[in-house]
Ligand binder design. Sequence first.
Ligand SMILES: C[S@@+](CC[C@H](N)C(=O)[O-])C[C@H]1O[C@@H](n2cnc3c(N)ncnc32)[C@H](O)[C@@H]1O
Length: 335
Amino acid sequence: MTHASITDDGLPIDEVGAWTKEKHTRLRKYIGITSATRRKWIQGSGCATYIDLFCGTGRAVIRDSGEWINGSPLVAFEASRESGVPFSEIHIADISQESSKAAERRLRTIDATPTVHVGEATNTALEIVKTLNPRGLHFVFLDPYKLEPLSFSIIETFASLRYVDLLIHISVLDLQRNMERYADTIGGPLDRFAPGWRMAVNLKQSKAAARAAFTSGRNEAAKLIAGQPDYAEALCVLGMADAALGDKEDAIREGRRAVELLPVTKDAIIGSKLVQYLSLIYAWTGEKDLALEQLSFAARIPGYLSYGQLRLHPYWDPLRGDPRFEEIVASLAPK
Ligand SMILES: C[S@@+](CC[C@H](N)C(=O)[O-])C[C@H]1O[C@@H](n2cnc3c(N)ncnc32)[C@H](O)[C@@H]1O
């Protein structure tokens, strides 16, 4: 999402993808189906709150179609009003003062009276929770455009409330683009969002999913190689897929050929990656000595062999526990 032009009401507007409409439909539906619960709380404690920590400007234009739509705080308030049980209290927040002020102005035009907060979501969460009625029913919408600002501490902050629901939007596009980087970065966005995931996720337990993924990766690589038989990276992908699918002989042949075609002397960066992948191919096909030989070479040349990935990624499990592997990992530890 980027800030686009100023609109006819003189306020800034966000520019968004078409999927935003689906996000708002879900928000609207959730607010619709919870109206009976809200009514009970409003009659009891007098309080049913809406909290939007990543509120944006309250108005957006869809990039491809040019259609203008309301932003989440307005969608939420209007949905609650249409359900017959409007939120009794609204808190909006954004890291951008300009955005949260614009959202406030727009909410006021539809007779909502929000409390506005500006700042990083982890801080505004703490600020807001302090002011809430402990007997009230609270609904929190968390909608960052990427995982980065979504720290688990925000969820912990709201979990301290007795009656709270959270609707969290996680951008699949962001995960698809950045998952590898997130998984590789110790203490990075994924660790902050889901602390402990590294201990909990055991890829070995999802063999069927892994098999399907490797089969489709294999098919893609095979198509590329049919057109370009000397395409080293594709050969390497094919080798890894074959190794994962249990075709040892082909896997090793493809991995070796990839390294021959693009050695580190020809391409220091891709070449060193191919050496790492050849090591993985050996590891997955039970050739531990050959795997360690390649890995030790990869660790000595400049490249992108990641300490965090070697230490934690289940890919390297077949070598774990071997003192030679542990020595290589230790040699890459941040000094
Ligand atoms: C996807 S947009 C929100 C869109 C809005 N919820 C809607 O549906 O109309 C994400 C918003 O998060 C804000 N933001 C980015 N990082 C933030 C952070 N660390 N804390 C709070 N807000 C942040 C951005 O300024 C942006 O307005």
